[in-house]
Design a protein around this ligand. Structure first.
Ligand code: TGC
Ligand code: FAD
Length: 408
């Protein structure tokens, strides 16, 4: 007996349906007209440019550079920075929505935008001189100039305060020595925001591609974020002109100020990846016939779909509320830790369950699931691992920091 003999119709109207973003509580109704406009623009662009091409880029391990200009034209690079620097001057909520839409396409794409806006443009805007802002920000907003952010070192990941990259004041220039690792956009960057110790204090420097003594070899062999460039940054007696120091960044609060913004973007972005997985799992379960019925008719599958919807809805509320708190400038970094940690965690769980619902098909590039799942493993680790964010929250609760074994 053919499967269709007992499967009557298309109960949820899901067959051959275009992507429909899950928004059970209508959270997007809380967005302003401008925020909705930017959402729709980016969503349409992702449908048109990203979805048809991303799997191949992922398989090939390439980042589609031609998309950078589009991101610039849409005004989403450094989009919270004021218009006087060529940026869009929009809300943090709008930035979150854009991260969500981009990451529905691929976490590597959202990574590009996070690194450009939050980790490279933000430090120049917040800690740089007026000359530095005028020199770099307009070109970075259009995507003509690409930035990267070098904090992590081979031996200092969760503990960046221990970094050994150092800068020396040589009178008319700084001399930089050391190495960074796992740096998104490193090989393709025009400028790197590099954190190094100057007389024992962490300071930020702008290093330009082409500076003598600076190289950025690509790191290959990733099973995750394959459509994103990841690199080492190597500084061997790298001479930096004096006017490349970011004067206002002193200590770890400099890089952490950038990380707050990028982590916030991840809290939204990971929901986009989860929505993509939910959408695929819902459609697949309605189409896939086993034992004469669509698998969506079975209670175990229904429970999985209901759990996905429940967790995505909670994550959406968390991201939206956090966005408004940041727009009101009424937040602490622990709010961001909670949202980053929670939303990546649920997105990864949802991707794994969606993979399961797809059966063997779930491991192929015919479906977006495995790509999102693998990407989210990196997202769980970068910008502070899941456990580090737990420890940050627990320090907030108890007043005791437990990062080191000798409790302070
Ligand atoms: P701690 O003693 O906690 O703080 C040192 C100084 O920093 C200040 N601070 C913050 N300032 C602003 N925002 C925050 N979130 C801040 N957290 C701390 C703090 O007030 C203090 O200031 P001051 O003036 O008193 O010196 O520092 P610690 O060394 O004990 O840090 C502990 C810990 C574990 C929380 C921290 O090191 C941490 O968060 N580690 C995780 C490292 C991390 O997130 N790395 C990310 C690298 S970049 C990346 O992954 C990009 S991925 C890009 C992509 O592709 O999307
Ligand atoms: P480790 O710090 O060695 O941690 C290993 C394990 O130990 C983790 O489970 C961690 O939670 C746990 N752990 C560590 N310390 C403690 C503790 N005190 N208590 C309990 N558990 C602990 N960095 C940049 O600077 N710029 C970038 O652009 C960038 N892009 C990245 C892109 C990708 C694809 C990836 C994978 C990473 C990127 N990173 C970047 C690096 C990222 O931020 C680090 O990988 C991350 O901070 C964790 O550091 P680590 O990998 O050295 O892990």
């Amino acid at each position: 007996m053919g499967a269709s003999a007992t499967f009557k119709g298309d109960p949820a109207g899901a067959l051959n349906m275009a992507y429909e973003a899950l928004d059970f509580y209508d959270v997007d109704a809380l967005l302003s007209e401008e925020e909705l406009m930017v959402r729709d623009m980016v969503r349409d662009w992702v449908d048109e440019k990203v979805i048809p091409n991303i799997e191949q880029h992922y398989l090939d391990g390439t980042f589609p550079r031609e998309w950078i200009q589009d991101l610039g034209e849409m005004g989403v690079l450094g989009m919270v920075i004021p218009e006087e620097y060529g940026c869009a001057g929009m809300s943090y909520t709008a930035y979150g929505v854009v991260c969500r839409e981009l990451e529905r396409g691929d976490s590597g794409l959202r990574s590009f935008a996070s690194v450009q806006g939050s980790l490279s443009m933000h430090p120049i805007h917040k800690f740089g001189t007026e000359e530095q802002k005028q020199k770099y920000l307009p070109g970075m907003a259009t995507g003509e100039l690409i930035g990267c952010f070098g904090l992590t070192e081979p031996d200092y990941g969760s503990n960046p305060g221990g970094m050994i990259t150092k800068a020396e004041d040589k009178g008319d220039h700084y001399l930089l020595n050391g190495a960074k690792m796992w740096i998104t956009n490193g090989t393709i960057c025009d400028l790197a925001i590099v954190w190094a110790k100057l007389d024992g204090e962490i300071r930020g420097f702008i290093v330009e591609m082409g500076d003598e003594g600076f190289t950025a070899p690509e790191q290959k062999g990733k099973h995750s974020l394959r459509a994103s460039v990841t690199s080492e940054l190597v500084f061997q007696d790298c001479k930096i002109p004096k006017d490349r120091l970011l004067p206002e960044a002193k200590g770890l609060s400099g890089p952490f100020s950038c990380l707050n913004r990028a982590r916030y973007g991840i809290a939204w972005g990971s929901i986009g990846a989860a929505q993509a997985c939910f959408d695929a799992a819902k459609k697949y379960s309605l189409e896939r016939i086993q034992f004469d019925h669509p698998i969506a008719a079975y209670q175990l599958i229904q429970m999985k779909l209901a759990t996905m919807l429940r967790e995505i809805t909670k994550g959406q509320l968390l991201a939206y509320h956090l966005g408004r708190k940041i727009d009101e400038d009424n937040w602490v970094p622990e709010f961001i830790s909670l949202a980053k940690m929670n939303n990546v965690d649920i997105a990864l769980d949802i991707a794994r369950v969606a993979r399961d619902i797809h059966g063997a098909n779930g491991v192929t590039s015919e479906y977006p699931i495995m790509r999102h799942m693998n990407n989210l493993e990196s997202v769980k680790t970068y910008e502070g691992t899941h456990d580090i964010h737990n420890l940050i929250l627990a320090r907030h609760i108890t007043g005791i920091q437990s990062f080191t074994r000798n409790l302070k």
